[in-house]
Design a protein around this ligand. Structure first.
Ligand code: PEP
Length: 256
């Protein structure tokens, strides 16, 4: 059985005070939830404060990016070791916004995954096709390229610490969610690919999140699919009500 995992990617939103307020409200709303793993990914500046607030809960802390080295003259970068020291359990790697705007490639994604794992962080590796690629029937080619490139050299035993987030770029922040069928066919494809790259136990244990305009009113349809094990949520994670609501709805499905 795979415990569903819902992660809130706050992106470049929330000051420290706003993060504290949002975390408090989320904490209050989901304190009874036991069968969904919840991860909050605030901006770097709020990690420490959010960590203090969730220490006594089941909620986990995640960062939105990291560098692939642990120290050095890399102005503006944040090391996996630093994320670990402020309480992070997870780190999002290869988000499409970073691929599109900050030069992230399969190679940098792979280096970051290796470095994060070495520090005991669990990477949430994002993969996903652009609209043009889907329209050109290249979705599976792109996903294969992202998965194989990002996981190059990663041992089967490390796969239990990796989550893959399938995020079709055309669905991120657009309000246009993939249909449950579209999501499931890519998730199934990813699981079959992992089976070929590793083995049955690795493929069956892998948690694959869907990301792209997930909201309380569409989460159930997506989460009901057999190979969907959670969601990576942007916009709807910025309000306690909507984030808590979709966690409760996921919990009620009893997949955990
Ligand atoms: C995301 O940023 O990973 C995301 C899925 O955003 P949204 O939920 O706003 O589409």
């Amino acid at each position: 059985m795979r415990i569903p995992i819902i992660a809130g990617n706050w992106k470049m939103h929330k000051t420290v005070d706003e993060s504290i307020e949002l975390t408090n409200a989320i904490k209050r709303s989901i304190y009874e939830i036991e069968d969904v793993e919840t991860v909050l990914c605030p901006p770097f500046t709020s990690l420490s404060d959010v960590n203090e607030m969730i220490m006594d809960t089941n909620i986990k802390l995640g960062a939105q990016n990291c560098y692939w080295l642990n120290e050095g003259a890399y102005t503006g970068e944040i090391a996996p070791k630093m994320l670990k020291s402020v309480g992070c359990a997870y780190v999002i790697i290869g988000h499409s916004e970073r691929r599109a705007m900050f030069g992230e490639t399969n190679e940098t994604v792979n280096k970051k995954i290796v470095a994060a794992l070495k520090e005991g962080l669990k990477p949430i590796m994002c993969v996903g096709e652009k609209l043009k690629e889907r329209e050109a029937n290249k979705t599976f080619d792109v996903i294969k390229d992202h998965v194989e490139g990002g996981l190059k050299g990663i041992a089967g035993e490390d796969m239990k610490n990796i989550v893959i987030a399938y995020e079709p770029v055309w669905a991120i922040g657009t309000g246009k969610i993939a249909t449950p069928k579209q999501a499931e066919e890519v998730h199934k494809f990813i699981r079959e690919l992992i089976l070929k790259m590793y083995d049955k136990s690795v493929a069956e244990a892998l948690r694959i999140q869907y990301g792209g305009s997930v909201k309380p009113d569409n989460v159930e349809g997506i989460m009901k699919e057999a190979d969907v094990d959670g969601a990576l949520v942007g916009g709807a994670s910025l309000k306690a009500d909507s984030f808590a609501d979709l966690i409760k709805k996921t919990n009620a499905l009893g997949k955990g």
